[in-house]
Ligand binder design. Structure first.
Ligand code: ADP
Ligand code: ZN
Ligand code: ZN
Length: 700
């Protein structure tokens, strides 16, 4: 239960997890709770014990773990009773208003117009899309008697009649049956289905088997903004309440969704990473879509992996869990080989006979036109001619990654990082993609005053402008973080592609996520070598997953697709596997390498990171931590050398790290339980900012 307590001079909301008869603290120094905020526990016993487990596993303070699990409205002490969602709509008087009366109040005018277009009314989240200042304008419209408000039971979208499901293929049926056969016990399934093989259809059918048992389904997705189609499909299939939780909803909407899930008013809970902590009265299945996606790992504060927590949660709730992907993580594949997970395979696409043909373009023999090879341009031209769409993938936003002086060789550096600034031509800015620094483009070289400044290399912005000039008749749509910053911009662009208002798509990894664009018949991968020789041992896995996912966007409709990959290393094993769509061959090879090197999933890592504005402070601290570790009992744990981080200076801070590894988890955790408290107690630990990352996903 939540309590309000005095804390220094402030009052804070805390969570009461246990009551004791005695305290080691002197009675005179104990303070009283000011108020008990809940009459019933805000977290169930099973949820609390899951969170306790997570706090232990990630060696993170329980308070912060609980904080992650509670919606912010509850953290601030708000009551558990929520009113329905307020929905505003026009009154009869409002429908007759002549809009020109509102010429001097443009916001009221826009809202009135929007309400006139939506007779069923709009809720706060929808009105906020019109303008942040919507609340004041609505109040005035209500005062004028033109707008009325009512409470609605439902969250978001209206309920529509269920959409009929297609008849399943044999492989889909087998998968659904296998999962449905263990609805009453824990079992982890790895659903490995090639792109377009109908994994989502399997999820929907499993959910359809769970709901009649009066149980709920939790469906986790990497990023909701990138998969609006999935949300729409779930809503269309099940005419029941779906609670949707992601970062872009308001605190009030989040609390509503959370309570609906907790009280089983919502039978389906759909959300991103932190939704794994959504309470459910009667959970029946957990599904993690695109389980390989790195966005399931929180990269700051409480660094949990939502997929791993989901598996633990399913185990404790004694229900099945389904991890789906066309490119499963090596960790999950290894679990399947060991027999901890049961692997289910969907080998074929549902709509077209074949996966796209993958071809390599050997860049050593081709002259590039701004990053584009002549054969690729020719293939794009053919698509334009046939009225089909092309998709070009380049995982680098901005116009050019380097801005340089031709006279003296100066490369525009970031003042606060060990990195270069990216040139953004449209905005005429130089930006750092590591710390967010953003400066005007200098007219002359700061070193030699020369005026011969050039942008070197390609980002998505340059590719877009090259395509526009080469194919003036084509409609080019760019999808990356810059072009989709405005709220609603991504949805607009995706629907432009859907309805055929686009001929060529250019974009970053945002394009590789679950989109289903049936008219895309050509995928071009512009710089496949990026990350091939990265210092990070997971880089090639992520590179392969991205290329395979983006290739999977080709030929999903009835027309066959083709993929052209530009590379300087056509003989690399990774591309050989890609050509045959042989994820298993790639994975087997990568797993062999990991085994040899003693890397995860054959070992377990914990990474201590430290940073400080002072030059050597972080390194000094990890050196101290290293010594301290060596003085602890190291049974089965290897302590690597303390090192500066691969990018030593970032956002004005110097960084260093210390890697710990062990072949078995238990000794690693025993060691951490011994070492961390001593590290925390040491004075050195107060001089830098530091954190521990259990199962780190990147080594930076
Ligand atoms: P995945 O998630 O594996 O990439 P989807 O579930 O998005 O694949 O399915 C790809 C397309 O095939 C979707 O448009 C879906 O409606 C369609 N589909 C899935 N299963 C079937 C089926 N059994 N029969 C016909 N079409 C199907
Ligand atoms: Zn110069
Ligand atoms: Zn920077």
């Amino acid at each position: 239960m939540r309590v309000r307590v005095p804390f220094g001079r402030r009052e804070l909301v805390g969570v009461l997890i246990r009551a004791l008869d005695e305290s080691p603290v002197e009675p005179a120094r104990l303070k009283s709770v000011l108020q008990i905020l809940d009459r019933e526990p805000v977290l169930s016993t099973s949820m609390l014990s899951l969170l306790q487990w997570a706090a232990d596993y990630y060696h993170h303070p329980l308070g912060e773990v609980l904080k992650t699990a509670l919606p912010s409205a509850l953290r601030q002490g708000q009551g558990l009773a929520v009113k329905g969602l307020s929905v505003w709509s026009l009154t009869p008087a409002g429908t007759d208003v002549d809009l020109s009366q509102l010429n001097r109040a443009p916001l009221q005018r826009r809202i009135l117009k929007a309400l006139a277009d939506t007779p069923t009314g709009l809720h706060g989240g929808q009105l906020a899309k019109i303008s942040r200042g919507w609340a004041g304008a609505i109040r005035q419209l209500v005062a004028k008697g033109w707008v009325g408000v009512r409470e609605s039971e439902l969250s978001g979208g209206a309920i529509s009649p269920a959409e009929p499901a297609p008849a399943l293929t044999a492989a889909q049926n087998a998968a659904v049956d296998a999962i449905a056969a263990s609805l009453n016990s824990f079992r982890a399934f790895l659903l490995h289905g090639v792109t377009g093989s109908g994994k989502t259809e399997v999820y929907l059918n499993v959910i359809a088997r769970v709901l009649p048992q009066q149980r709920q389904a939790l469906l986790l997705v990497p990023e909701i903004g990138l998969t609006p189609q999935l949300v729409a499909r779930v809503r269309a299939r099940f005419p029941i309440s779906v609670a949707v939780l992601h970062s872009a909803i308001s605190d009030k909407e989040r609390l509503r969704a959370w309570l609906q899930a907790r009280d089983a008013k919502a039978q389906i809970v759909l959300g991103t990473r932190s939704a794994v902590f959504t309470p459910m009265q009667s959970p029946g299945v957990i599904i993690v879509d695109e389980e390989h996606d790195t966005s399931y790992k929180q990269q700051e504060g409480f660094r949990y992996h939502a997929r791993d927590i989901a598996v633990m949660r399913a185990r404790r709730e004694n229900i099945p869990i389904v991890l789906g992907s066309a490119t499963p993580s090596l960790d999950s594949l290894r679990n399947a080989t060991k027999g901890s997970y049961e692997r289910l395979v969907l080998p074929d696409r549902t709509r077209t006979a074949a996966l796209p043909a993958v071809h390599l373009l050997d860049l050593r023999r081709l002259a590039l036109n701004n990053g584009l090879s002549p054969p690729l341009l020719e293939h794009i031209g053919k698509r334009l001619h046939r009225g089909e769409q092309s998709l070009l993938f380049l995982n680098r936003r901005g116009y050019a990654p380097i801005y340089m002086c031709h006279d003296c060789g100066w490369l525009a550096p970031c003042a606060r990082c060990d990195g270069k600034l990216t040139f953004h031509k449209h905005r005429q800015r130089l930006r750092c993609h590591h710390c967010g620094a953003d400066i005007v483009v200098p007219e002359t070289c700061p070193d030699c005053n020369g005026v011969n400044l050039h942008a070197l290399g390609e980002g998505t912005e340059r590719i877009e402008s090259v395509l526009v000039s080469l194919f003036p008749q084509a409609r080019v749509v760019r999808i990356d973080r810059d072009s989709t910053r405005r709220k609603g911009a991504l949805e607009e662009k995706l629907s432009q592609v859907d309805v055929g208002d686009a001929d060529i798509l250019v974009g970053t990894q945002m394009l590789s996520k679950g989109h289903d664009f049936p008219n895309v018949t050509l995928v071009g991968v512009l710089n496949a070598d990026q990350g091939l020789y990265s210092a990070d041992f997971r880089a090639s896995e992520q590179l392969f997953q991205q290329i395979m996912q983006v290739s999977g966007r080709a030929g999903r409709g009835h027309k066959p697709g083709e993929v052209w990959v530009q590379t300087y290393h056509p003989d690399h094993q990774l591309f050989t596997a890609l050509r045959c769509h042989d994820y298993d061959a790639f994975a087997q090879n990568a797993l062999d390498e990991r085994r040899e090197a003693g890397y995860p999933p054959f070992a377990h890592f914990a990474l201590l990171r430290a940073e400080s504005p002072k030059t050597d402070a972080a390194l000094t601290f990890v050196q101290f931590a290293h010594q301290l570790a060596c003085s602890c009992s190291l049974n089965g744990v290897d302590v690597m050398d303390p090192l500066p981080s691969p990018m030593e200076r970032r956002a004005g801070r110097y960084r260093a790290q210390l890697l710990l590894q062990a072949t078995r988890r238990r000794p690693l955790h025993d060691f951490l339980n011994n070492w961390l408290p001593r590290l925390e107690a040491a004075r050195a630990s107060k001089r830098v900012r530091w954190s521990l990352d259990v199962d780190p996903m990147d080594m930076y």
